[in-house]
Design a protein around this ligand. Structure first.
Ligand SMILES: Cc1cc2nc3c(=O)[nH]c(=O)nc-3n(C[C@H](O)[C@H](O)[C@H](O)COP(=O)(O)O)c2cc1C
Length: 169
């Protein structure tokens, strides 16, 4: 039986989703580094932010818990290709559902290397997309996110995960 949602969040978007999913399912939500009584082997839903190819914290969570469902939170609009890539990267069993949610970007909450990497991404994205106008919807989103930041967090995005949870609870 799934007993908790465990998450890793750097700037808060994944934490917001975990809190909403907690309200919707009644499961407690804990940050991976602050799980009370971190007993190994318990069944969990794992949510983590997307950092390049991987999901932050997933290897540690998978080593400690029985992960029944994984959810990646990235800035880009989720695609079947990005899910496939994550599944391969982390060797996630085909029987374990993998969901993708769109988080956001808040550069002010990033520090150190992550901040430098996203500053470089912003510069590159703005310069590249300025050359490509007119932009499609996704390009416009990324352009605005690079310039001003963005949040795509909304409860509605959790519908598929909630529907899946009700099939297994
Ligand atoms: C170093 C770094 C790498 C990232 N790589 C990706 C990526 O490959 N794909 C993507 O969609 N978002 C990527 N992002 C964006 C984050 O996944 C996004 O901002 C996410 O919502 C952060 O969630 P959090 O607020 O829970 O930390 C990256 C962010 C950082 C800082």
């Amino acid at each position: 039986m799934i007993s908790a949602i465990v998450y890793t969040s750097e700037t808060g978007f994944t934490r917001q989703y975990a809190a909403m999913l907690s309200e919707e399912t009644g499961l407690p939500a804990y940050s991976l580094d602050r799980v009370p009584e971190p007993r190994g082997g318990r069944e969990i839903i794992y949510m983590g932010w997307l950092a390049a190819r991987g999901i932050a914290g997933y290897p540690a969570a998978a080593a400690r818990y029985k992960v029944r469902c994984v959810c990646q939170v990235g800035l880009d609009a989720p695609t079947a290709h990005s899910l496939e890539r994550t599944r391969k990267w982390h060797n996630i069993d085909p029987e374990i559902p993998l969901f993708a949610l769109q988080g956001g970007l808040d550069i002010n909450k990033l520090h150190g290397a992550y901040r430098l990497m996203m500053q470089a991404w912003r510069k590159k994205t703005i310069a590249q997309l300025e050359k490509e106008k007119p932009l499609d919807e996704q390009q416009r989103f990324l352009y605005n996110a690079a310039r001003f930041g963005a949040s795509c967090v909304k409860r509605d995005n959790l519908q598929d995960i909630i529907a899946w949870y009700h099939t297994v609870e």
